[in-house]
Each structure stands twice: as structure tokens, then as C-alpha cells.
Design a protein around this ligand. Structure first.
Ligand code: KG4
Ligand code: ZN
Length: 340
């Protein structure tokens, strides 16, 4: 087998989505499938870790079979297996890790632990419009809000992060306050479309202070207090929250581009599917002469394609996880990764 025909199987199971992808050196992404557990967790208003793990157990192997069938490939065609080892829910991560390690062991092929946020960060490389290095990455998900200086694959420096709630978490909590159910981010964004932007003005947290850290928990409190006073203006509150959150993110991205001197911005993670955020960032990019890159909508949220790609880029450079243990890293800083 030449490195030009290398096929990587990627497995994502860090939270409430089981994702599997197959990435080929020359053909790129050849198949991917996702099972979202949204309906399982909806009645509890948030992710229930034990239910997440149990469902990953049910889904992972059928999804692997399904992507192989989609690509007209068999187990014997896989040359390496990448799995999300962290950060994420321990029980959920263990499922992907156990399947990946056992399958790799039985097929006598290498396996590799992938960092979930590196998966998000590299997801725009699955698109036709790909960023070149270096760039600034804004990673916005349910668990993380980070600005990262990306010099090359594996050379990451965190420029700023959230001191309290991640932005996706703030969307979810604000949605819950407004009675929009779970998952809240997309529901809040939808309601905001009917809101009047002039009705309320929420603060832009921490923009008047130097630095690139974020704080979003105050916005959620602001939404709660406003809702208590004006219970009939749900859509206006959703709009005010979304505008304040997205403008805050835009201001910090502009600052990070100025600070690093980079002219490319990559935006990834669940919240990068938010259309108001994209509009705000595209406008800033045009004004400052920077290019902004996103994954396609379905690869903004968790998926197996990004893990297959991130793993592929490392496995084909000879990186493997040498331990045969079923190892996971529920807490893992992106700065600890090795360059390739
Ligand atoms: O990256 P992701 O799928 O999972 C994590 O790694 O956390 O991100 C999920 C987060 C959730 O907080 C969800 O509410 C948020 O992304 N999200 C959105 C939108 N779509 C997903 N937030 C705002 N607007 C959206 N359109
Ligand atoms: Zn994620």
C-alpha cells in the first residue's frame, strides 16, 4: 500500500453525536455518516452522559459498516483508525476509543488519538475553499470558546478563551430561559430572525478591556432579567442576545487578526453554523481585507469526517498512538499537541 492510497477511518463519540468518516489520500472524504442523539436528550433538557454512552455503543459499529458500504470498501481496505480521545464525556469517549483500538489491533493497523477541537479547527480543509497556514481560528462550540494562533498543524497557541460559559452554552442556557427547549442554539437563532434589533441593547462583554478572553455568562443573566420584565418580547430578547454575542466574537476576532498580523480567519465548531455570526465576520473580513473560512453547515457541529481528516493528516505522517490501552483524555489542551 502506498501512502497515496491510505484510507483512514475516523470515529467521533465525545458528546451526543456518533460520527464516522472515511478519508482517502487522493479522493478526500469518501463517506461519512452521523447519528444525532438530540431526541434522546431532549426530554431532559440537556445531555445525559450515561444515555450518551449507551447510545454510542449501539451506533458505532453499524455506522462503520454503513460508511464502508457507501464507499464500496471493506475492513481490509482501512489503513489507519483515528478516534476522538478528548476533550469530552469520559464514558462517551471510551466507546469510540474501545472500538477504534480493538478494530485496529485485530486488523494490525495503527490507531491514533485525535483532539476533538483540532478536528473542528481542521474541518474547513474538507471544503474547496481551503485556508492556507498560518491563520487565526475562532473555535466556538458547546464546551469551548477559543481564539487560536495556528502556525501549522499541531502548532497552536491559545490567544484567548472564555472565562466562564462557552458561547454555545450561553446560547443553550438563554434558549432554556426563553423556554425554547434543547438544543437551544439553533432554536434561539431561528426565533431571533423575527426579533426587532432596536428593541433591546445588551452589553458586549469585555470588549472595552484589552486582551482576547471572553465572558458570556453575564449576557445570559441580562437575558433572564430582561425576560422577567418583558415576558412577551421573546424574539426581541433572542435577537438582542444573538447580536451582542456575535458582535463580541467579531470584535475579538478583529483584534486577534491585528495582534497576530494574520490575514486569514477560520471559524469552526457548532456555533459557526450561526448565520448572523457568519454575516458579521464576513463584513469584518471585507473591511479589514481578511479572508474568512468555514466548514459546510453539517461539519460545523460534531461529525466523523473532521476526525477522519485530522487523523489522516497525522497518520500519513507516521504518527500513531503507541499504547495498546483504551486511553482517553477527557481534559486535554490543544496546546499540548505535537506538530507534524
Ligand atoms: O461543536 P458542537 O456540535 O459540540 C461541541 O463540541 O460542543 O457544538 C454544539 C453547540 C451547542 O451549544 C449548540 O447550541 C450550538 O453549538 N449551535 C448553535 C447553532 N447551531 C449549533 N448556536 C447558535 N446558532 C446556531 N445556529
Ligand atoms: Zn464539537
Amino acid at each position: 500500500m502506498s501512502i497515496n492510497d491510505f484510507v483512514t477511518l475516523g470515529i467521533e463519540s465525545s458528546c451526543d453525536e456518533t460520527g464516522v468518516g472515511l478519508y482517502h489520500s487522493q479522493q478526500g472524504l469518501v463517506a461519512h455518516q452521523l447519528f444525532s442523539q438530540v431526541e434522546i436528550h431532549a426530554e431532559y433538557g440537556g445531555v445525559v452522559p450515561e444515555l450518551a454512552s449507551r447510545d454510542h455503543i449501539q451506533r458505532t459499529i453499524p455506522l462503520i459498516k454503513a460508511v464502508l458500504a457507501d464507499a464500496n470498501l471493506g475492513l481490509q481496505n482501512i489503513n489507519g483508525i483515528a478516534y476522538t480521545a478528548g476533550p469530552g464525556l469520559a464514558g462517551a469517549l471510551l466507546v469510540g476509543s474501545a472500538v477504534a483500538k480493538s478494530l485496529a489491533w485485530s486488523l494490525k493497523i495503527p490507531s491514533l488519538a485525535v483532539h476533538h477541537m483540532e478536528g473542528h479547527l481542521l474541518a474547513p480543509l474538507l471544503e474547496d475553499k481551503k485556508p492556507e497556514f498560518p491563520f487565526v481560528a475562532l473555535l466556538v462550540s458547546g464546551g469551548h470558546t477559543m481564539l487560536v494562533d495556528v502556525e501549522a498543524i499541531g502548532k497552536y497557541k491559545i490567544l484567548g478563551e472564555s472565562l466562564d460559559d462557552a458561547v454555545g452554552e450561553a446560547f443553550d442556557k438563554t434558549a432554556k430561559i426563553l423556554g425554547l427547549g434543547y438544543p437551544g442554539g439553533p432554536a434561539l437563532a431561528k426565533l431571533a430572525q423575527q426579533g426587532d434589533e432596536g428593541a433591546f441593547k445588551f452589553p458586549r462583554p469585555m470588549v472595552d478591556r484589552p486582551g482576547l478572553d471572553f465572558s458570556f455568562s453575564g449576557l445570559k443573566t441580562f437575558a433572564r432579567n430582561t425576560f422577567a420584565k418583558y415576558p412577551k418580547q421573546k424574539a426581541d430578547i433572542a435577537k438582542a442576545f444573538e447580536v451582542a454575542a456575535t458582535q463580541t466574537l467579531m470584535i475579538k476576532c478583529r483584534r486577534a487578526l491585528e495582534q497576530t498580523g494574520h490575514s486569514r480567519l477560520v471559524v469552526a465548531g457548532g456555533v459557526s453554523s450561526n448565520l448572523s455570526l457568519r454575516k458579521e465576520l464576513d463584513k469584518m473580513g471585507e473591511k479589514t481585507g481578511s479572508s474568512v473560512f468555514y466548514p459546510r453547515q453539517e461539519f460545523c457541529t460534531d461529525n466523523g469526517a473532521m476526525i477522519a481528516l485530522a487523523g489522516h493528516l497525522r497518520l500519513t505522517k507516521g504518527q500513531v498512538s503507541v499504547d495498546s490501552d483504551i486511553s482517553i483524555k477527557p481534559r486535554w489542551s490543544i496546546e499540548e499537541l505535537e506538530a507534524i
